[in-house]
Design a protein around this ligand. Sequence first.
Ligand SMILES: [Zn+2]
Length: 251
Amino acid sequence: MVFEISDSLTEALRSAGSLGVVTGAGISAASGIPTYRGQGGIYDDPEEGDRTVEALSAPTLRDDPDRTWRAIKDLALAARSATPNAGHHALVALEQRFDRFVLLTQNVDGLHEAAGSQNVIDIHGNLRRTTCQACAAIGAEPDWDGIDGAPRCSCGGLLRPDVVLFEEMLPPDKVARLYAELVGAPPEVVIAVGTTAMFPYICEPVHAARLAGGTTVEINPEQTPLSDVVSYRLAGAADAILPALVDALWT
Ligand SMILES: [Zn+2]
């Protein structure tokens, strides 16, 4: 094992009343979901990546919704057989231990909810939900096998995947929750897990906790812009390190 959970980190977690966790694609890697930008990620092949990004964009949804839906279907089929791994389950256990817990995720695979996490801000949405562009109804995961274009709501309106597409704004209600729960009132400990930390709003909870004198942790096999900022860096896979953290806390 390359990582080591120090006594001081265990003690910081034990004495904290609040915990914030920020997750990216790295936590879902052990569930078989490809990362986006990491090594071997789906945007690694530049040409295919460009086409996928274009298909998953707001202008394409507007002009050619069938194309967007076919691209979404590819992502959904890749995620369909995935189940939560030991990293997701460890976060459920951690949530139960803290008076205040908030989980911000970049992932759209729905695996945190599937594992049983409660206070989740899925800032980029969830592939397993739809919304109607006419009546705004939120619907369940469509039957992907039957989809060859944009499905319709019972009201007749076109459905859209409940995910933030390229060139779209983040949902204002979720941004407000992010700033209220993770930046305005930073948890005493903030852990960033498996995120390449490319987005400012993903890094901000870590910076806010640090400025407030809290403890910050990064769990990632690769170096990121957060690596030199955090109090503790644990280099390795989330599905190994998070359960080890839980073990350390409970023993
Ligand atoms: Zn509708």
